[in-house]
Design a protein around this ligand. Structure first.
Ligand code: NAP
Length: 330
């Protein structure tokens, strides 16, 4: 095993240290009256991006049933067909949706719906098991944890899933889920502009993988968006929902652009691109992190997979970044 691989928490599964986030390749869908996709997609380009990532050593793929109301799972399934033995697949449940109108309709975490959702994801993906099955409702009531764990453990026993986790930014919820014997990971937001020390501590205590969403701050960390950029209205960043911090009113948030400027030289050290530097920060932050940058083109697959070659930033660089970001804290 080398630096290009990490262990997916207690599951023991080996995954590439950089994964592939498949939200954008789901294409357009609506949630609460706003676009929840990343604009139009070209499925042929999406499939080519998955293949390029595979060829460059990426073996961990994260999707959700609701991305494109099933479309992301279908496209990923098409791209991974015949190659399931090379990959570790993660998907999510908990949102209900209408594929005919490509609309999110609500939430359901009942045992009956969970079973139905699992079978539907397996069918769309075209495989016989899910390696990591994640609860997609970040603020689901903690009182439901025991019931959820019981159903997920049944799915493990039946061979339909191998492990499970919660996609949440709440360390207490992540810790509560960790009592499930086959709980292997928490998926949470963390990037060089937004650290999550309490969640990483929970991962250490409970031997969970830290699957990192938003590792590129929704694209802001790639440096391609400046103060004058305006995201299209059919992009989730264009008509930004209230929870979004890195983009506001369709533009990159100025305070985060200023933070990026402060650390640009360190992120681009040793010939890294900004995206590779941002991923290198995550790899250095903990031995449990597995960043899953969103990828929608072959070029993005190549650049993000290149972070495997560059590896983690040095600890001294993390300290320098902390110092440079101090004036921006609070
Ligand atoms: N609640 C949840 O469970 C949840 C929430 C969010 C995300 N996620 C997961 O986490 C994954 C990643 O998070 P994210 O999509 O929020 O954001 P991200 O990875 O921080 O940013 C992804 C976006 O950045 C741009 N990009 C990526 N690589 C690039 C490169 N090398 N050069 C230039 N641009 C690049 C692409 O968008 P453009 O080309 O359009 O700029 C891409 O869609 C998702 O795909 C999903 O699997 C889960």
């Amino acid at each position: 095993m080398n630096d290009s691989f990490r262990t997916l928490g207690r599951s023991g599964l080996q995954v590439s240290a950089i994964g592939f986030g498949a939200w954008a390749i789901g294409g357009p869908f609506m949630a609460r009256g706003k676009p929840a996709g990343w604009g139009p997609v070209d499925d042929e380009e999406s499939v080519a991006a998955v293949h390029r990532a595979l060829d460059l050593g990426v073996t961990f793929f994260d999707t959700a049933d609701v991305y494109g109301t099933g479309h992301s799972e279908r496209v990923l399934g098409r791209a991974l067909s015949g190659r399931w033995d090379e990959v570790v697949i993660a998907t999510k449940f908990g949102n209900t949706f209408d594929a005919a109108t490509r609309t999110l309709t609500g939430q359901d975490i009942s045992p009956g719906y969970l079973r139905q959702a699992c079978r539907a994801s397996l069918e769309r993906l075209g495989t016989d098991h899910i390696d990591l099955y994640q609860l997609h409702i970040g603020d689901a009531p903690p009182e439901r944890v025991d019931e959820l764990i019981a159903t997920l453990e049944e799915l493990v026993d039946e061979g339909l899933i191998r492990s499970y986790g919660w996609s949440t930014d709440d360390p207490e919820r992540a810790a509560a889920f960790a009592k499930g014997p086959h709980c292997a990971a928490v998926q949470h937001e963390i990037n060089v502009l937004h650290d999550a020390p309490a969640m990483l501590a929970v991962c250490d205590t409970h031997e969970l993988a830290s699957v990192n969403r938003g590792p590129l701050a929704m694209g802001l960390l790639t440096g391609k968006y400046g103060p004058d950029s305006r995201l299209p209205m059919d992009d989730v960043r264009g008509d930004s929902p209230a929870w979004m911090t890195f983009f506001k009113d369709g533009r990159p948030a100025p305070e985060f652009l200023a933070m990026l400027d402060a650390i640009r030289d360190i992120l681009t050290s040793d010939g890294r691109t900004l995206a590779q530097g941002a991923l290198g920060w995550l790899l250095a932050r903990s031995g449990r992190t597995v960043p899953i940058p969103g990828i929608r083109t072959v070029a993005q697959a190549e650049q993000n997979a290149g972070a495997l070659r560059h590896g983690p930033l040095a600890q001294a660089q993390l300290e320098q970044i902390d110092e440079l970001l101090q004036p921006h804290a609070g």
